[in-house]
Ligand binder design. Structure first.
Ligand SMILES: [Ca+2]
Length: 320
């Protein structure tokens, strides 16, 4: 089977790290590059975190450091969710957890140019999987729309269409909230685009008990990393939402790149709210009962086979 060429554009916190692991280990994908953008934590930390994951896996993939702030809004990050370092602070108090980082993997190109170069090297073959705010991708569209037309498809972890968002008071999902102006550009670009939003990712639940049972006793580096890095991440959900676990938001976006049949999607016209006082970042579907509807711009995931996805994710996470 020919592998699908993928660029992962990430704001590497805990679930992005799991998405990178899942993507690199999957036999269906060829990860051409990993790019970073400010989101969960600042872009320097996100970039270091990608190098950490690659060091744990002993894999060599070009890494491009990208935009350090959203297009218009001020930067917004969430160290309270992913730990101060974005990966659950496994090296707190002088401890060592990661092997030495291979800084030679860091491209001289900015993420935007690394994305454009990869697309130019592989016309109509690149699947772009975005698991962070869409600043890099919007910037690439603004810089060179002709090259961006040669993308095969974009899969975005983001949005909350028929369910509440995860930014209080609940209009918006985090990635779109951080840079709604970028999201508006990307969703308006009329490329094949699949939105993997909270409608489906909130159904993919990794509980603390399940992680302990499946990965806790494995001595390999990757299961141990997932077991330990998810601890603080799960503390956040336990303390704030009464749910002792986390969601596999970003791994599911990679899962959709691996096997579209994990999800069912509906074509919709989605608007991104860029200005609202309480609704900034909302992904609003056209839902007025007019007979003449606007043309759809996005394929929105509305159902997920969460059991099959979770069992495949855990199987791949356990493999040495
Ligand atoms: Ca992310």
């Amino acid at each position: 089977m020919e592998k699908k060429r993928v660029i992962l554009d990430t704001d590497t916190g805990v679930d992005d790290a799991m998405a990178i692991i899942f993507g690199i280990k999957s036999e269906a994908l060829q990860i051409e590059a990993i790019t970073t953008v400010a989101g969960n934590v600042d872009v320097e930390k996100c970039t270091r975190n990608v190098l950490r994951v690659l060091a744990l896996m002993n894999k060599k993939v070009p890494v491009g450091k990208g935009c350090d702030r959203p297009l218009v809004k001020p930067q917004f990050s969430v160290p309270s969710v992913h730990g101060a370092d974005g990966l659950g602070d496994l090296e707190e108090d002088g401890k060592t957890f990661y092997p030495p980082l291979d800084k030679s993997l860091l491209s001289k190109l900015h993420a935007v140019d690394l994305i454009l170069e990869s697309i130019n090297n592989h016309h109509d073959e690149i699947t772009l999987v975005a698991t962070g705010p869409l600043t890099n991708i919007a910037s690439a569209i603004l810089k060179d729309p002709r090259t961006m037309r040669k993308i095969k498809e974009i899969i975005v972890m983001g949005g909350a269409v028929n369910v509440p968002g995860n930014i209080p008071p609940g209009a918006a999902e985090f990635n779109i909230y951080v840079d709604p102006h970028a999201a508006e550009i990307v969703l308006g670009f009329a490329l094949p685009l699949t939105l993997v939003g909270l409608d489906v990712t909130h159904q993919v639940r990794l509980t603390r008990n399940l992680v302990a049972q499946e990965l806790g006793s494995k001595s390999d580096k990757i299961p141990q990393f997932i077991f330990k890095a998810t601890e603080k991440y799960m503390d956040f959900y336990r303390d704030n939402q009464g749910y002792d676990g986390c969601y596999l938001h970003d791994p599911l976006a990679v899962g959709v790149a691996i096997d579209q049949s994990y999800v069912k999607a509906e074509e919709m016209k989605i608007y991104v709210e860029t200005e609202g006082k309480v609704t900034s970042g909302m992904t609003m579907p056209f839902r007025h009962p007019m007979l003449k509807k606007e043309s759809p711009n996005v394929s929105v995931c509305v159902e997920v086979d969460h059991k099959r996805f979770l069992s495949n994710f855990l199987r791949i996470a356990k493999e040495s």
